[in-house]
Design a protein around this ligand. Structure first.
Ligand code: FAD
Length: 315
């Protein structure tokens, strides 16, 4: 067991986790970020829709973020969390290397894994010509021949969205569309193909019959697998959502535990980088607020003046 008593540990050093850490570091909290180093958008060369950082490589944003938080005394460590346990006054975080540490508060910002539909050719092109978010990558393929691989009825809206970026849209309906959704798409000139796609190649898709259709980029929907198994045994409140079974959090990211917050894709899989940053910043501030209250309680009950308890960082 490591001796340092951290004020806050953040699991995940992506957009959400580093934003949380930035708030905490600037609030002079002894903060540790544990990061396994696989941000969700690592498959794409350029990030879009991120004000002030449009076109920046995802890895560049994160290395800039790490440098910024380290300036405020935050420690960023390459590590993978395997288990989290709650005690009355702290949280114990166990790491893959067999060590463990304790913290007064925990922020889970560990993201998700995208499980893609089982169609050959998708994974290799994920983040380049196989896409999920038209706001992130629609502009780059505007006006091109776009496909929508429809594997969930939830994607009817995605198909309508994609039409905003091109007049040439084909929906490959692996699951049936409602009559209403199909009518709305057809009315806007979208072709609907009921035959399954069996392979995605550069510039084309192959249908079950062997027919080949030209497609420059294809949008689809992944199944989101949240990285939260390390706390599954805690029985925190969860809710079934269109994206699966996710931890329930309030507007500040608080879970049903008094000492655990969560932010970013792990609880909000549809969030892009700015939304993940916002949620992380909110959770960071909320954790500091909760610790301030706890410091106040401790000061009152000890009868002593405790100024800046737990504070650290450069003056
Ligand atoms: C292909 C693709 C392209 C995208 N393009 C864009 C774009 O252009 N613009 C945009 O705004 N958004 C884009 N996104 C969305 C973007 O990836 C997410 O909004 C963002 O990554 C969410 O940040 P996060 O911090 O919640 O999670 P992540 O960025 O995924 O970070 C989570 C971190 O936690 C770590 N972690 C996981 N489990 C553990 C553990 N047990 N212990 C320690 N660390 C752990 C991970 O390794 C990872 O480093 C894209 C997504 C994809 C899939």
């Amino acid at each position: 067991m490591e001796h340092t008593q951290w004020d806050a540990v953040v699991i995940g050093g992506g957009a959400a986790g580093l934003s949380a850490a930035q708030m905490l570091g600037r609030a002079r909290r002894r903060t540790l970020v544990l990061d396994a180093g696989s941000p969700r958008n690592r498959f794409t060369a350029h990030m879009h829709g991120v004000l002030g950082h449009d076109g920046v490589a995802p890895a560049d944003l994160l290395s800039r973020g790490r440098a910024e938080v380290e300036r405020y005394g935050v420690v960023v460590r390459a590590a993978s969390v395997t288990r989290v346990d709650e005690l009355a006054d702290r949280v114990v975080v166990a790491l893959e290397d067999g060590t463990s540490l304790t913290t007064r508060a925990l922020i889970v910002a560990s993201g998700i894994t995208d499980e893609l539909p089982d169609v050959p050719g998708l994974i290799e092109r994920w983040g380049s010509t196989v896409l999920h978010c038209p706001y992130c990558h629609g502009w780059e393929v505007r006006g091109r021949r776009l496909g929508v691989l429809l594997v969930s009825p939830l994607q009817a809206h995605q198909a309508q969205l994609v039409r905003q970026w091109s007049d040439h849209v084909v929906v490959f309906a692996h699951v049936p569309l409602t009559d209403d959704a199909a009518a709305r798409l057809r009315a806007r000139g979208v072709e609907i193909v009921d035959e399954p796609v069996v392979e995605v190649r550069d510039g084309e898709v192959v249908l079950l019959s062997g027919r080949v259709m030209p497609v420059d980029a294809i949008f689809t929907m992944s199944a989101a697998r949240p990285h939260d198994t390390f706390l599954a045994h805690l029985g925190l409140a969860r809710a079934e959502t269109p994206f699966g079974d996710l931890l329930t959090v309030d507007a500040a990211g608080k879970t049903s535990s008094a000492r655990i917050w969560a932010a970013g894709n792990v609880v909000s899989p549809a969030a892009n980088v700015p939304l993940a940053m916002g949620a992380g910043a909110m959770a960071g501030a909320a954790v500091n607020g909760a610790l301030v209250e706890e410091d106040g309680d401790a000061a009152v009950s000890s009868g002593a003046e405790v100024r800046g308890a737990g504070a650290q960082g450069p003056e």
